[in-house]
Design a protein around this ligand. Structure first.
Ligand code: FAD
Length: 373
């Protein structure tokens, strides 16, 4: 398994290389490269080998995500969306659906996921996109907002109202009635291809509804988002590693007042903070990854904790790293400037800071109640 991770990391390094800043400036990742990453199983590395994936554990898949995030948060964002799509199919699809769709996701087709809507962000209970059954077809109507990788995706996994509950449906992006509109100027992860998607009477075969039946919305979205949170948390570890390396390199080489700035204690303090941030985030992610791999009951809350800690650490650390590089990091095309913009978004997505804090507080109250019994 460790060999599979080493090979996957080497493949990601060779495919992404040092091109993240160029893609960020162009606001585009070359699609053939994304397809190559997908066909090598690198966008959903935890999918079992029987479906063409690499079968990595959560912990090792996390390390691969961190390395992707270290190199390029836009590619990592595409990887997160694609991975959520695969995980949703794996968890909620029938054996036939898993066979049909997962092979496509490990064969070079690209996927994006749609939970959010203009009126339903933090509160997904406000979702209004519907799937309606019509004999052996279903009809999807609604509007999904901010779908990461929506601009690149061949397949859209859409979370919708269905039969008194909810369901995820797989919609090929080329289906009549699907309109993908790219978001032109996102604050960060600028090459991740965010898009708003309108769905007007989109007709699909009924067997595109995963599992075929309505499920409770909280079960569906919590399961899917848990994968996304884990992926984002590891992506933040990658951002932290990139910031730590860039700031340390600069502090060792840039001289002011007759010595490297890293020897001025206030700058040295920034480097210590960056190292602490990277280590803390790594440890909480490793803990959560072990919970996933052990199938522990703590998996969900450990994941929320990992996302909350890592996103906060990444946002603060990226700001610190810009401070260390100062003018050398204060423009587009600089790794810390990109990290600064990308990291901020990590505090918004897959459950904002506030929503994660509310979940953690609820957990704390549950623990207190259990201890009191
Ligand atoms: P709102 O829900 O309007 O919240 C605004 C503010 O109020 C936030 O600070 C929030 O934390 C706070 N708030 C809201 N309710 C409460 C409360 N009860 N208590 C305390 N604070 C509260 N969506 C997808 O479906 N698929 C994607 O691939 C995807 N990718 C994204 C990529 C990016 C870069 C961005 C920016 C967004 C993406 N989203 C995606 C949407 C994302 O999930 C939402 O932006 C997020 O859930 C927050 O929703 P909102 O933006 O509508 O903010």
């Amino acid at each position: 398994m460790a060999d599979s991770l080493a090979a996957a990391v080497a493949a990601v390094q060779s495919l992404i290389g040092d091109r993240a800043d160029a893609w960020d400036l162009a606001r585009l990742i070359p699609v053939p490269l994304l397809r190559e990453l997908g066909a090598a199983g690198l966008l959903c590395a935890q999918v079992p080998t029987g479906y063409g994936g690499l079968g990595l554990t959560s912990l090792l898949g996390g390390e691969l995500t961190a390395e992707t995030g270290r190199l390029c948060s836009s590619v990592r964002s595409v990887q997160t969306s694609h991975g959520i799509a695969a995980w949703t199919i794996q968890r909620f699809g029938t054996p036939e659906q898993r066979h049909a769709w997962l092979h496509r996701l490990t064969g070079g087709e690209l996927a994006a996921v749609g939970f959010s809507e203009p009126g339903a962000g933090s509160d997904l209970a406000g979702m209004t996109t519907t799937i309606r059954r019509d004999r052996d077809e279903v009809v999807v109507d609604g509007h999904k907002a901010w779908m990461t990788a929506g601009h690149y995706a061949d397949l859209l996994v859409l979370f919708c109202r269905y039969e008194g509950g909810a369901a995820a449906v797989v919609a090929p992006a080329a289906t009549p009635g699907v309109q993908v509109r790219r978001i032109a100027d996102p604050l960060g992860c600028r090459a991740a291809g965010h898009a708003d998607v309108r769905l007007d009477s989109v007709r699909l075969p009924a067997d595109h509804v995963l599992g075929g039946v309505g499920l409770p919305l909280p079960l569906l979205v919590t399961t899917a988002l848990a994968y996304g949170r884990m992926s984002v948390a590891w992506g933040c570890v990658g951002i932290l590693r990139a910031c730590l390396a860039a700031a340390s390199r600069h502090a060792a080489s840039r001289e002011q007042f007759g010595k490297p700035i890293g020897q001025h204690q206030l700058v040295a303090g920034h480097l210590a903070d960056l190292l602490v941030a990277e280590q803390v985030a790594t440890r909480v992610c490793e803990h959560a990854g072990r919970c996933w791999d052990a199938g522990s009951a703590d998996q969900v809350i450990a994941t929320v904790l990992a996302k909350q800690v890592s996103a906060g650490q990444a946002a603060r650390a990226a700001s610190t790293a810009v401070q260390v590089l100062a003018s050398a990091g204060a423009r587009d095309g600089q790794v810390v400037a990109r990290a600064y913009r990308d990291a901020k978004l990590m505090e918004i997505i897959e459950g904002s800071n506030e929503m994660c804090r509310l979940m953690l507080a609820e957990h704390a109250l549950t623990l207190a109640t259990e201890e009191g019994q």
